[in-house]
Ligand binder design. Structure first.
Ligand code: C5P
Length: 231
């Protein structure tokens, strides 16, 4: 059954904890990203873990293998459940991340690879030397590369998840943002899918922010999305 992850896109630990408390039992998994982690550091991860919730630490690591390995180990010690690295960090970096995660056994962090940022188009790729490949080609190639080198899964858009889930090995995690319940505001997201569509396409985890965080009743919004995912 696919899991719902709520993006804690807030600036302070207090706001994060207040939101998670308010949502309560309706959500068991939260994403902490660069803004919140840079402001509050490991304490915010501990605070969310102390509420009995799982944490997806979305820092998109990209550095030399030794540095990434040590960062993954630090995340493992904090009890992080899911985390992200950039697949363009290369084979040794991906392996180092996966090996560090493996030290924590079954309960350790799962490492997700980012293939191509959804903010990049073909001309942006050409600017950084990736010529003659569309973003979709590059996503496919990097997804295969990252999972072949130890990544447990991928962050992918609703547009990509169907293709990737059909071609990559069973057990690969597909974590999909850009999810909007039918009829809700899309905000700045360009490529959206409903929760049911994303799960039918093979998403194992959906990342949802504003449709829950900005709802008048966030717990009810989360329950409605879970019902759509699993119904
Ligand atoms: O509010 P919303 O549901 O759009 O939030 C989606 C979350 O997923 C945000 O934290 C956003 O940064 C993240 N994300 C995304 N698209 C990507 C990668 C990450 O929306 N391509």
């Amino acid at each position: 059954m696919a899991e719902l992850i709520v993006a804690l896109d807030v600036g302070t630990r207090q706001e994060a904890v207040d939101a998670a408390r308010r949502i309560g039992e309706a959500v068991g998994f939260y994403k902490i990203g660069l803004e919140l982690f840079t402001a509050e550091g490991p304490d915010v991860v501990k605070a969310v873990k102390d509420l009995g919730k799982k944490v997806f630490l979305d820092l998109k690591l990209h550095d030399i293998p030794r540095t990434v390995e040590r960062a993954v180990r630090s995340a493992g010690r904090l009890g992080v459940d899911l985390m992200t690295i950039h697949s363009v960090g290369g084979k040794a970096m991906i392996r180092a991340a996966a090996d560090a995660a493996a030290e924590f056994g079954e309960g350790g962090p799962r490492v997700l690879a980012v293939t191509v940022l959804t903010s990049l188009d073909e001309s942006d790729l050409a600017d950084v030397g990736i010529v003659g490949r569309t973003p979709a080609d590059q996503v496919r190639a990097m997804a295969k590369f990252a999972t072949a080198n130890g990544a447990h899964g991928l962050v992918c858009s609703p547009r990509e998840v169907g293709d990737l889930s059909r071609t990559l090995p069973a057990g690969t995690l597909f974590v999909t943002p850009g999810v909007r319940p039918a009829g809700s505001s899309v905000g700045d997201q360009k490529r959206v899918a409903t929760p049911a569509e994303a799960v039918a396409d093979g998403a194992t985890h959906l990342v949802v922010g504003r449709p829950i965080m900005a709802a008048a009743d966030p717990a009810a919004a989360a329950r409605a999305i879970r019902a759509e995912m699993n119904g």
